[in-house]
Design a protein around this ligand. Structure first.
Ligand code: SF4
Length: 363
């Protein structure tokens, strides 16, 4: 192990030496133990792009069935570019972060218009497409086109921080830039995509983010400075996030003749354009709900409370309580969805899943 007390220069030299040894160790491990994933074995550009967008903020096991269904229904970039929005949202229902699929389609339309339906392999051109940042551009370019560019996501930042015992704040843009530069210097030119994937795979399977890293079965243990110094669990360093805003809601399942009331969310902002259950701001008591329904002109047959539920978005938490109300007549300001419409037509955010589950309705 190198001594870290002899100045910044020594630290930098040590980091470089450590990193130089990474590709051989990681690629050997990756060749022997990598997971077989549907987008990995035949890395066609459209499939790699789709998988990378779906995998943002979403677990591999969750993505697998969505990925298969999406490609079955929209097998080409052209089909994606021409798909109606309702179908797109339905294919994405439950994955969340719906701006991802909207951007996917915007980008597909640009690819049709400017690149003849073929995704470009140049990372700078990829980064100009809606929804594609430096990580995704690097992943597509290296995995699908073999271009030797880094693809640095949260997994990679964590692994590099630990391997080099870096205490830089990984949420700082200059830290990411620095790590991209370090990886660029060690990328094996003939296996850039595999190397990038091996780093991500190590971060997902061994050098874990939540909980202890599995150092005892790690292929990088012999060169890992974080392990050698006994500080792997303390790394990476991240500036604390701002706490999420909490919004309290009273969710209403208004039921009438085998249909449920839905309304569409505004075209901009959180869950833009999706359908939702009506709700009132704050936690309302039975009397307040009855009064509100009366003001809407509803004839209430029965009212009962439902469970409390919580849904976490990136910057907001919804804390919800619910009521089930049976009405004699449908209220005209809502869309009244029957089971078929709920299953096939209306895309509802998973924030409301708990309420449909409680009523035995599959969403
Ligand atoms: Fe991560 Fe431990 Fe492997 Fe170092 S030895 S890369 S800390 S799992």
């Amino acid at each position: 192990m190198q001594c870290y007390d002899s100045g910044i220069l020594t630290q930098e030299v040590t980091k470089k030496e450590v990193l130089k040894k990474m590709p051989a160790l990681l690629l050997q491990w990756y060749d022997n133990t990598r997971r077989i994933l549907p987008w990995r074995e035949d890395p066609q550009p459209y499939a790699v792009w789709l998988s990378e967008i779906m995998l943002q903020q979403t677990r591999v096991e969750t993505v697998k069935p969505y990925f298969a269904r999406f490609l079955e229904v929209l097998p080409t970039i052209e089909a994606l570019a021409n798909a109606p929005e309702e179908l797109l949202l339905k294919l994405w229902e439950g994955l969340g972060y719906y701006s991802r699929v909207r951007n996917l389609q915007k980008a597909a339309r640009v690819v049709m218009e400017e690149y003849g339906g073929k995704l470009p392999g140049n990372p700078a051109l990829l980064e100009k497409l809606p929804g594609i940042g430096s990580y995704t551009a690097g992943a597509i370019a290296s995995i699908a086109f073999g271009v030797p560019v880094p693809a640095v996501d949260g997994n990679v930042l964590r692994v590099i921080s630990r391997v080099t015992a870096s205490r830089e704040d990984i949420t700082a843009p200059q830290c990411k830039k620095g790590m991209e530069k370090q990886i660029r210097e060690i990328l094996p030119k003939n296996r850039a995509g595999d190397f990038n994937q091996s780093l991500m795979e190590l971060g997902a399977m061994v050098c874990l983010g939540n909980g202890e890293p599995k150092c005892l079965c790690c292929p990088l243990q012999s060169i890992c400075e974080g392990f050698a110094q006994g500080i792997a669990g303390e790394l990476p360093v991240k500036a604390p996030k701002k706490p999420r805003r909490i919004e309290e809601k009273t969710v209403l399942l208004l039921h009438c003749s085998d249909t449920f009331a839905l309304r569409q969310r505004p075209k901009k902002g959180l869950l833009a354009g999706l359908w939702e259950l009506p709700s009132l701001e704050g936690f309302c008591g039975r009397e307040e709900v009855e009064k509100w329904l009366e003001q809407q002109g509803a004839e209430l047959l029965s009212l009962r409370p439902l469970i409390n539920s919580k849904h976490i978005f990136t910057h907001v938490e919804w804390h919800m309580q619910g009521f089930f109300a049976e009405l004699a007549e449908p209220l005209p300001e809502f869309f009244w969805a029957d089971h078929r419409a709920l299953e096939q037509q209306c895309t509802l955010p998973s924030a409301f899943k708990a309420y449909f589950n409680e009523l035995g309705l599959k969403k």
